[in-house]
Design a protein around this ligand. Structure first.
Ligand SMILES: NC(=O)c1ccc[n+]([C@@H]2O[C@H](COP(=O)([O-])OP(=O)(O)OC[C@H]3O[C@@H](n4cnc5c(N)ncnc54)[C@H](O)[C@@H]3O)[C@@H](O)[C@H]2O)c1
Length: 355
């Protein structure tokens, strides 16, 4: 069985240290997930901050650390590179002014694909505008790069249970989806829209409408200097509609003609209700207990399996590009006063700053 050489760009929380924060007992940082997998070997790291490079060497025993990612790729020839920098390339929570249009995830992804790195893991969201998302898609497709992004519920086996129930018809024909939790647009709803899509089997999103909180916020010059709180409505070509509700803990409910299934407590549990034989309402059904696995290990190993079996990755670039477009369409809809936006009809240069 082959093992694959992994290098990480951005040696902060997601690259190296997030496991210290106690979010999960399972490997979460890319370095920890790589170490936990017998298909992957951690070989190098890159950060512009010398202290981060030193801390990475200390923590993981990796001496091959670089300031410049190009030098790292040329010297180490990794099979898989993980991009774990912040999206807009800064620690600031807000763009300093309207000319700030840095899009570091997109920039690094295009450069790495053009350098012929075979597999990429890229933190979300992959771009701050559709102009750059289009460039990412084109670079990944023209270089034949295998690609997944950090929308980790897509790689979470506890959501597979819900998806399988939906796709095997357990709840009949799906009609509507509800996502619960207040969330920012590109940091949070890139996850929620991706998960809604994944649970339905990734049908095409035909149109989107949404608004920011506060609803009277005015977008100036096609530039949103912070990641706004937002709600949305989606229409899929399968006929299913989805809504986000800005309250409660992260949950997803899929309502079908014969029942409803709900991922509870941020994936921790599943609630299932099915139509009773006598046609009088829906009855609770006991669901199997969930045994979680590391989502980051699953995501990285999915790239390896896709590479070996020549199948698309779970978070392949066409679906990631489509979800990014749906997310940015929420901003476009807000700008138009909450009208429906038909995809792909959005301003490619509309920029949303996010981390
Ligand atoms: N998927 C998830 O569950 C999850 C969880 C946490 C963070 N994230 C995402 O991961 C990304 C990183 O977040 P974080 O909290 O780890 O940030 P962080 O600030 O802790 O780490 C980012 C690192 O990137 C480095 N960096 C910046 N520019 C660079 C460059 N040009 N080349 C090399 N290194 C560079 C910084 O010095 C820093 O050490 C964000 O996009 C965030 O949204 C995702």
């Amino acid at each position: 069985m082959s093992t694959y050489r992994v290098a990480i760009i951005g040696l902060g929380r997601m690259g190296s240290t997030i496991d210290d924060e106690g979010h999960s007992p399972l490997p979460y940082a890319v370095a920890a997930a790589t170490r936990a997998s017998d298909r992957l070997e951690l070989v190098a790291g890159c950060d512009i901050d010398a202290d981060k490079r030193d801390a990475f060497t200390q923590r993981w025993g990796i001496d091959a650390v670089y300031e410049d990612f190009r030098q790292m790729v040329e010297q180490e020839r990794p099979d898989l590179v993980a991009v774990c920098t912040r999206a807009a390339g800064t620690d600031m929570r807000q763009a300093p002014d309207a000319s700030y249009r840095v899009d570091l995830h997109a920039e690094l992804t295009v450069a790495l694909a053009d350098m012929k790195v075979p597999m990429l893991y890229v933190e979300k969201a992959v771009a701050c505008s559709m102009r750059r998302a289009d460039e990412v898609r084109d670079a990944i497709m023209s270089n034949g790069t295998l690609f997944n992004s950090g929308v980790l519920r897509r790689f979470d086996n506890r959501y597979d249970v819900v998806r399988d129930a939906v796709l095997t018809g357990l709840i009949g024909e799906p009609k509507a989806v509800v996502h619960y939790a207040a969330s920012s647009l590109l940091h949070g709803h890139i996850h929620s829209i991706d998960t809604v899509s994944w649970l339905l089997g990734d049908p095409t999103i035909t149109r989107v409408r949404g608004e920011f909180e506060p609803p009277d916020y005015v977008i100036e010059g096609g530039h949103i200097p912070f990641d706004p709180q937002a709600t949305y409505q989606l229409q899929f070509d399968s006929g299913v509609k989805a809504w986000s509700v800005p309250a409660a803990y992260w949950e997803f409910e899929i309502l079908g003609t014969q029942g409803t299934i709900r991922s509870l407590n941020n994936g921790g549990d599943v609630g299932l209700r099915l139509a009773s034989d006598d046609g009088r309402g829906w009855q609770n059904v006991e669901a199997q207990p969930l045994v979680p696995a590391s989502t980051v290990v699953s995501c990285l190993e999915d790239l390896v399996i896709a590479h070996e079996s020549k199948r698309p990755s779970r978070g392949h670039i066409e679906v990631t590009h489509h979800i990014t477009e749906a997310c940015l369409a929420v901003a476009e809809s807000h700008r138009s006063g909450g009208n429906w936006v038909e995809l792909p009809g959005i301003d490619r240069d509309l920029y949303v700053f996010h981390i």
